[in-house]
Design a protein around this ligand. Structure first.
Ligand SMILES: *[C@@H]1O[C@H](CO)[C@@H](O)[C@H](O)[C@H]1NC(C)=O
Ligand SMILES: *[C@@H]1O[C@H](CO)[C@@H](O)[C@H](O)[C@H]1NC(C)=O
Ligand SMILES: *[C@@H]1O[C@H](CO)[C@@H](O)[C@H](O)[C@H]1NC(C)=O
Ligand SMILES: *[C@@H]1O[C@H](CO)[C@@H](O)[C@H](O)[C@H]1NC(C)=O
Ligand SMILES: *[C@@H]1O[C@H](CO)[C@@H](O)[C@H](O)[C@H]1NC(C)=O
Ligand SMILES: *[C@@H]1O[C@H](CO)[C@@H](O)[C@H](O)[C@H]1NC(C)=O
Length: 485
């Protein structure tokens, strides 16, 4: 950095050395500093053709067409700084009382710079017999701006009538040269900019960020980036926007059939500040007698009756306002045939069934690999248990302190041929509610589908085992029993 600066200065010196009769004055072309800082204004007398006698050196400030003396150095009389600059200007190499000072280098040190110091400074050598030689440096004084961002108000209120408002202001005051202000945010607003030129040459930039406050703008980050010269300053705020409740009613799944138990409606409100009160009502009527209101929930006690039908309205109130949610409840005679609506539960059920099928198939493979003798052993351990999800009445459990879920060891596979099948009293094949008609297991199926049924193990025990035959002739059953270890 320092080396760069010196080589730059050297270059400048070469450019800024007027040559005349072997004598010249070397100076920088431009020097700059911040308000309050110290700069050096170099001035060297280059004399390639001695003897030339320096009679006097004068530093002058040239501004707006007028010149003003700053300092004078005289070989006989010494150096003198004029009163206007007395406190802030000194010769770098010359002391006040000095006998026969060398005036080759009359560099001055300018401290505590002010904006008004910005001017051209002339260093003039009066010589004998060569005459006057002079050069000039432009001094630029910069002022660092005061930068800050403010929230217009700590709490912004989103009103129903959507008015624009300034939410934050970014200010870069009294900078020279002027700053550039930018905003960084996901908010959908606009920035306004205002530039004020001060008499002392500084510029104040003010930018307002304007939005229509809304629920979406709550907790959004707003960043102001100020660029001054090549420096960046940034400051962020998080908006705190208050808004009316945004209400929706949860709980009605479209399947409120007669005699269904424990239905409820919940008033789901997003609000800032939090909702202070909920009010439930039924359009065209009064709420059924057996409802119980707890906070934001409407509990319906007892079975569903036709009285539950109607349009329910929930009013949620906070300090900003009141908004309503609405749900139309429709009581049906019978549960929906299609199972739970929304498909999510249906898909879940299908996934469970598919997983079960895969599990059973894997187990079948394992059983084949383990050979016949282990199968016999397993068969003796068969314990009847209802398969999961199955709405058949459970037979008495042998083991009541069963804990945890089923593991693959719990699944026992019994292979039966058709004749054997007919002799056994079997429950109807297990069919999950979600399975459609086409997915239902069927005895007539030709390929090696896995089917599920509850086996009466008593019958099995008395029944002879058969080995596996070809695919079409066999029906395969799995019973699932919980782990006893
Ligand atoms: C110095 O400033 C003057 C006027 O302010 C201008 O005319 C001149 O070109 C400048 N010199 C340099 C070297 O920038
Ligand atoms: C520069 O000089 C002109 C007249 O010569 C004067 O009107 C103007 O105010 C001066 N500007 C400054 C900044 O002193
Ligand atoms: C420049 O002027 C402005 C307003 O007149 C003032 O606030 C600021 O302090 C001044 N800057 C300097 C460096 O004097
Ligand atoms: C509700 O009552 C209003 C009058 O109070 C009537 O105009 C409207 O048709 C009724 N709506 C229903 C669904 O009964
Ligand atoms: C319901 O409100 C009561 C106070 O009114 C509170 O103690 C309770 O935690 C609230 N229950 C729920 C589920 O918000
Ligand atoms: C009740 O459900 C039926 C069938 O989905 C629909 O046609 C009817 O419009 C619903 N009635 C109300 C009041 O929602």
């Amino acid at each position: 950095m320092a080396m760069q600066a010196s080589s730059w200065i050297l270059l400048v010196v070469l450019l800024n050395t007027p040559v005349g009769n072997g004598q010249s004055v070397q100076m920088d072309t431009e020097v700059s500093g911040f308000v309050g800082s110290t700069v050096e204004l170099n001035c060297l007398f280059i004399n390639s053709k001695p003897p030339v006698k320096i009679s006097q050196v004068t530093w002058q400030k040239s501004f707006n067409g007028t010149k003003q003396n700053v300092a004078i150095a005289n070989p006989a009389l010494g150096v003198s700084v004029l009163p206007a600059f007395k406190d802030r200007v000194t010769f770098k190499h010359l002391a006040m009382p000095q006998e026969n000072p060398s005036l080759e280098d009359t560099t001055i040190v300018f401290s505590n710079l002010r904006l008004l110091d910005e001017a051209a400074y002339i260093c003039e050598y009066t010589t004998f017999p060569a005459g006057n030689r002079e050069n000039m440096v432009n001094l630029t004084v910069y002022a660092r701006p005061m930068t800050h961002m403010t929230l217009t108000t700590p709490i912004i209120i989103a009103r129903a009538q959507k008015h624009k408002m300034t939410v934050a202001t970014c200010l870069s005051a009294n900078g020279k040269p002027p700053s550039v202000i930018k905003w960084d945010t996901k908010l959908k607003g606009q920035a306004t900019f205002q530039e004020t030129h001060n008499p002392n040459g500084t510029v104040t930039i003010r930018s307002n960020y304007v939005i229509v406050p809304s629920r979406e703008s709550h907790r959004q980050k707003l960043t102001c980036i100020v660029t001054y010269n090549s420096e960046h300053f940034s400051d962020s705020v998080i908006l705190n926007v208050q808004y009316e409740p945004e209400v929706k009613i949860d709980g009605f799944d479209g399947n409120w059939y007669l005699n269904r138990q424990d239905v409820k409606l919940t008033c789901d409100a997003d609000a800032n500040p939090a909702v202070t009160g909920y009010h439930w009502k039924l359009l065209n009527g009064s709420l059924p007698r057996n409802v119980e209101i707890r906070n934001n929930t409407l509990f319906f006690r007892g079975p569903v009756t036709n009285d539950f039908s109607g349009t329910y309205i929930c009013d949620a109130t906070n300090s900003i306002g009141t908004r309503s949610g609405l749900v139309e409840v429709n009581v049906t005679e019978k549960p929906l045939a299609q199972g739970p609506p929304g498909g999510v539960l249906g898909i879940l059920g299908a996934v469970v069934v598919f997983g079960l099928i895969v599990g059973v198939m894997v187990t079948i493979c394992m059983m084949y690999n383990h050979g016949q003798k282990s199968r016999t052993e397993a068969d003796n351990n068969l314990t009847e248990m209802p398969p999961m999800h199955k709405p058949v009445p459970p037979p008495p459990k042998k083991n009541n302190d069963v804990k945890g879920g089923l593991i693959s060891d719990d699944i026992q596979v019994v292979l039966l041929d058709k004749d054997e099948m007919l002799k056994l009293s079997l429950h109807p094949p297990y069919n999950d509610m979600v399975l459609s008609e086409s997915l239902k297991p069927s005895f007539a199926h030709k390929d090696c589908d896995v089917q599920y049924a509850v086996l009466d193990t008593a019958a099995l025990v008395s029944s002879p085992r058969r080995s596996v035959h070809s695919c079409g002739d066999l029906v395969e059953y799995a019973t699932i029993q919980p782990s006893s270890h």
